[in-house]
Design a protein around this ligand. Structure first.
Ligand code: B12
Ligand code: SF4
Length: 533
C-alpha cells in the first residue's frame, strides 16, 4: 500500500528551543527542568496577534536526537526559523541552524536570546544563520517577518559582503501589559516538568511579572538591564486562565528580582489571597529587597518558597562581584522568610575573582550557618555579555571558550589566587557538607506533600549526594554538543563595528506602579580592585 504523504504545514515563522545538553556529568543532569520557553512563547503570541502563522518546536522537552528533529522539521514549511540561544545551548543552536538549512535551504534563519545578544558577530560566522536579533524579540521579529528592509530594523545584526553590520539597539518594550499572553497553546504542556526541589504541586509552569534588573553583579547577564513590570491584576488574570485552561496548580516566577516593585507585589499577593485560585508559587528575591510585611503577604498569597542569591560568605568577594549586601541583612531575610513559613532556597558561588580556599571555606560555613532549606552551589562562570567575561578574557584567565562547558559546574577561569582543582574540591565539599546531614534529610521528608513530590525528592537526594541518575529526566543526546563553535564558522567575517562591546539599551523604568526598591550598594559605585587592574 502506498504511504500516505502529508503536505508540510506552511508557516510564517517556526520558533525552535534547542536542547540543553551537558558534556560532563554535571550535577544539573539529574535535577534539571524542562519548562515552557517563555521568550519564544511571548514572541509567538505577538506574531500570531499580528496575523502570522506560527509554530514552536521544543527540542529540549521532546528529548529528540538529530534525526528525530529532522523528521519533525519536515512536517513544516516555514518562511522564517527563529532559534533561541543561551550560552549553554549555543552549540546545539548552531547545529539546529545547519539542519534547518539542510531541510529548508530557502528559509531565513534568525537567532536571538541572551547569547545571541552578547555574541552577534560570532553567530554570523555561521553561514546557516542569516540574522541576529538583539534584545526583546517580539517587535523586531515581527518587523522581519513582515519583510521590512533589514537595514531599517533596530536591534538586528546581519552580514553584508562578509562584514558584520549591527543596527542600533532596539527600543525596549516598556509596557509589558501591552504584550499578549504567552502562546502556551503551541507547546506540549503536559510534557513539561520543574526542577527537583523547586515545587510543591504539579502541574507547574513558569511566568514573569517583571523583566530586567538594576543590579550590577559582574557575573550576571541581567545586570543593568531595563527594569519593567506588569500590573498585578494582569498577572493574576493570567494565572486564573492557566488554572482554568490547563489545570495549573503551581507557578514559578522567573523574574530576576520579583519583589522590586513592592506596592505591585503587595497588590498581587492580596489578589491571590482574595481570589482563592488554589495555585501556589515561588519567586527569586534579593535579600535587600525584602521585609517582614512582604514575606507575610507572600505567604498569605500562596507563595511557599523564595530563592535568594547569597553568592558568598566573604564580604570582600561580595564587593568584587558587585553584590555587596550586608551578610547580617541576608541572615535576617532568611530568618523572616522561615519564620512566616516560606521555604528558603539559597544559591552560592565558588571561584569568584580574588577567591581563595579560605574565602570558599567561609562560604561553606556561611551556608551551614544560614541553614536554608535547600542550597544550590555553583562554580562561577563568566558568561559572554557579562563584566566578568570581559575581565577574564582581557587578563587571559579563560580556560576555554567552548560554550558547552559554560554550565556553572566546572571552573572556566584559572585565577591567580586559586587553582581550578581547588575550586572543584570546595564545590564538591560544599554539597557533601550541606546535604550529608541527617537534619537535612529529615527536613526534606517533613515537607513532602504528595507521592510525586516524595519520588522527586528521592531522585534529588540520589543525584546530589550519590550522583546516581534515575529515569529520563536530564536525558543526554550528546550528539547535539559533540562539536565546537569553530566547526560552524565558514564565513570569514570581519566585525569592525562591534569591537567587543555589548550593544544594548538599558534604562530604569519607573512605572506609576511604584518606584523600585533601592538595592544595597547599587546606587554608589563599588571599588573593584581586581577588575580595574
Ligand atoms: C527561566 C530561566 C531558566 C530556566 C529555563 C526554563 C525555561 N524554559 O524558561 C532553567 C531553570 C531551566 C534555566 C536553566 C539555566 N539557566 Co537560566 N535563566 C532563566 C531566566 C531566569 C529567565 C528566562 C526567561 O524566561 N526570560 C524572559 C524572556 C521573556 O526573556 P528571554 O528568554 O531572554 O527572551 C527574550 C529575548 O532574549 C529574545 N529572544 C529570546 N530567544 C529568541 C529567539 C529569537 C529567534 C528572537 C528573534 C528573539 C529571542 O526575545 C525574547 C522576548 O523578548 C534567565 C534570566 C533572564 N532574566 O532572562 C536565566 C538565564 C537565561 N539562565 C542562565 C543560566 C546560566 C542558566 C543555566 C546554565 C544554569 C544551570 N543550571 O546550569 C541553565 C542552562 C539552561 C539551558 N537551557 O541551557 C543565564 C544565561 C547566561 C548565558 N549567557 O547563557 C541567565 C541569563 C541568567 C543570568 N541572569 O545570568 N534557566
Ligand atoms: S541582582 Fe540578581 S538578577 Fe540582578 S544583576 Fe544581580 S544576580 Fe543578576
Amino acid at each position: 500500500m502506498p504511504m500516505e504523504t502529508v503536505e508540510p504545514r506552511p508557516l510564517d515563522a517556526l520558533l525552535i528551543n534547542p536542547p540543553w545538553v551537558s558534556k560532563d556529568q554535571n550535577i544539573w543532569h539529574g535535577i534539571k527542568a524542562a519548562m515552557p520557553p517563555l521568550g519564544l512563547l511571548s514572541i509567538a503570541a505577538y506574531l500570531e496577534r499580528e496575523g502570522h502563522r506560527v509554530g514552536i518546536v521544543d527540542v529540549h522537552v521532546e528529548h529528540w536526537n538529530m534525526d528525530e528533529f529532522r523528521e519533525a522539521l519536515r512536517q513544516y514549511k516555514p518562511r522564517y526559523v527563529g532559534i533561541s540561544l543561551m550560552t549553554s545551548t549555543a552549540i546545539a543552536g548552531n547545529q539546529i541552524a545547519r539542519i534547518v538549512k539542510e531541510i529548508h535551504p530557502e528559509c531565513i534563519v534568525v537567532v536571538g536570546g541572551v547569547h545571541a545578544e552578547a555574541m552577534p558577530g560570532e553567530c554570523l560566522k555561521n553561514s546557516a544563520i542569516n540574522l541576529v536579533v538583539r534584545g526583546d524579540g517580539e517587535v523586531t521579529l515581527n518587523r522581519i517577518v513582515k519583510g521590512e528592509p533589514i537595514e531599517k530594523i533596530r536591534g538586528v545584526s546581519y552580514r553584508k559582503d562578509n562584514v558584520a553590520i549591527h543596527n542600533p539597539p532596539a527600543e525596549v518594550i516598556l509596557d509589558l501589559d501591552s504584550l499578549p499572553m504567552p502562546a502556551f497553546h503551541l507547546v506540549p504542556m503536559k510534557k513539561y516538568y520543574p526542577a527537583l526541589g523547586a515545587y510543591r504541586r504539579l502541574p507547574a509552569i513558569n511566568m514573569l511579572m517583571t523583566r530586567g534588573c538594576p543590579g550590577k553583579c559582574t557575573f550576571c547577564n541581567s545586570a543593568e538591564t531595563t527594569l519593567r513590570t506588569r500590573a498585578a491584576d494582569t498577572v493574576v488574570d493570567e494565572i486564573q486562565h492557566m488554572r482554568e485552561t490547563y489545570g495549573i496548580r503551581e507557578i514559578q516566577f522567573y523574574d530576576d528580582t520579583f519583589t522590586i516593585f513592592k506596592p505591585n507585589v503587595m497588590r498581587f499577593c492580596q489578589l491571590m489571597k482574595e481570589r482563592k485560585l488554589g495555585v501556589s508559587w515561588t519567586a527569586f528575591v534579593r535579600t535587600d529587597c525584602f521585609s517582614e510585611e512582604l514575606a507575610q503577604a507572600m505567604k498569605d498569597g500562596g507563595c511557599h518558597q523564595v530563592m535568594f542569591g547569597v553568592e558568598s560568605g566573604d564580604d570582600a568577594i561580595l564587593e568584587v562581584i558587585r553584590k555587596p549586601i550586608d551578610r547580617k541583612k541576608t541572615e535576617w531575610a532568611v530568618k523572616i522568610a522561615q519564620k512566616v513559613g516560606l521555604e528558603v532556597r539559597a544559591t552560592f558561588m565558588f571561584g569568584n575573582p580574588t577567591e581563595t580556599v579560605e574565602s570558599m571555606q567561609r562560604t561553606i560555613d556561611y551556608a551551614l550557618h544560614l541553614d536554608p532549606d535547600l542550597a544550590l552551589f555553583n562554580i562561577t562562570t563568566p558568561y559572554p555579555g557579562t563584566q566578568m567575561f570581559e575581565w577574564a578574557k582581557e587578563h587571559g584567565y579563560l580556560n576555554t571558550e567552548d560554550w558547552g562547558e559554560y554550565e556553572l559546574s566546572s571552573a572556566i577561569m584559572t585565577l591567580p589566587t586559586v587553582s581550578p582543582e581547588k575550586i572543584n574540591v570546595m564545590y564538591e565539599k560544599a554539597h557533601k557538607k550541606f546535604y550529608n546531614r541527617p537534619t537535612m534529610f529529615a527536613r526534606r521528608l517533613k515537607r513532602i506533600r504528595s507521592f510525586s513530590h516524595f519520588r522527586d525528592n528521592i531522585h534529588a537526594f540520589f543525584y546530589i549526594v550519590l550522583r546516581r541518575k534515575i529515569g529520563k529526566r536530564g536525558l543526554t543526546r550528546i550528539e547535539w554538543v559533540d562539536s565546537f563553535k569553530e566547526d560552524f564558522w565558514d564565513v570569514p567575517l570581519s566585525d569592525p563595528t562591534l569591537a567587543g562591546k555589548l550593544l544594548r539599551t538599558s534604562q530604569i523604568h519607573k512605572l506609576d506602579l511604584g518606584v523600585p526598591e533601592t538595592m544595597t550598594g547599587q546606587t554608589t559605585s563599588v571599588s573593584l580592585p581586581i577588575l580595574s587592574q
